[in-house]
Design a protein around this ligand. Structure first.
Ligand code: AP5
Ligand code: ZN
Length: 213
């Protein structure tokens, strides 16, 4: 089963994807994570990607489609969770073609609906475990012991370079201009299932589980 988690920055895509990985053995394909990895590679491509991401703009379709194609060919499991991909109509068409080439298809597109005010709060309070990638929030999901990851005991907590107000404004603009048309696109295909992303993390998880089972 292959699914897309679609929603604006801070909607909770990464949080829910990690849950599906743990409970269903699915494979999370986050283009954001792949690009953050490329950023640290020190290559020319990495430097270009870093500049674009930190400003909150979208990286070119060519680069992200290339990254996804590589992963689709090399990974296998109980289905893929596309997290933060596709983000443009060109990426959506490329994904359909890549899946068809592998004899696979898309099961569902889960649209995570959250209003803009909540997004700002979520992004400004987010931090991540530098060791295992678990996602936390200062108010809604703090660690049980301050500064120590609940999952792995790691003590290096990271805040993203693009999680500032200016870059978030650009990310939201990019979302509304280039990504939100995908809602209509997948609705017309009959693949779209909306969930209330404003609910508590566990409630959102339950809504997604209900759709998938
Ligand atoms: P990416 O890494 O994909 O970031 P994003 O889409 O902006 O999404 P986020 O990771 O910010 O949010 P999320 O929805 O995963 O929320 P999370 O679960 O962390 O992309 C970054 C950049 O890379 C882009 O700007 C672009 O430059 C580039 N890029 C990536 N993919 C690309 C593509 N396909 N094409 C072109 N460029 C691309 O949750 C947020 C916070 O809220 C956390 O603190 C969490 O604990 C909390 N939270 C989550 N759920 C809830 C809840 N239900 N209630 C309360 N708090 C909650
Ligand atoms: Zn950890």
């Amino acid at each position: 089963m292959n699914i897309i988690l679609l929603g604006p920055p801070g909607a909770g895509k990464g949080t829910q994807a990690r849950h599906l990985v743990e409970t269903r053995g699915m494979i999370q394909l986050s283009t954001g994570d792949m690009l953050r990895e490329a950023k640290t590679s020190g290559t020319e491509m990495g430097k270009k990607v870093a500049e674009i991401m930190d400003a909150g703009k979208l990286v070119t379709d060519e680069i992200v489609i290339g990254l996804i194609e590589e992963k689709l060919q090399s990974e296998a499991g109980a289905g893929f969770i596309f997290d933060g991909f596709p983000r443009t109509l060109a990426q959506a068409d490329a994904l359909a073609a890549l899946l068809a080439k592998l004899g696979q298809s898309l099961h569902t597109v889960i649209e995570m609906r959250v209003d803009d005010e909540a997004l700002v709060k979520r992004i400004s309070g987010r931090f991540t475990c530098g060791n295992c990638g678990e996602v936390y929030h200062d108010e809604t999901k703090p660690t049980k012991v301050e500064g120590v990851c609940d999952k792995c005991g790691g003590t290096e907590m990271v805040r993203r370079a693009d999680d500032n107000e200016e870059s978030l404004r650009t990310r939201l603009m990019e979302y509304y201009k280039k990504t939100s048309p995908l809602i209509g696109y997948y609705y017309a295909k009959g693949d779209l299932r909306p969930v209330n992303g404003l609910a508590d993390i566990d409630e959102v998880t339950a809504s997604i589980e209900a759709i998938l089972s």
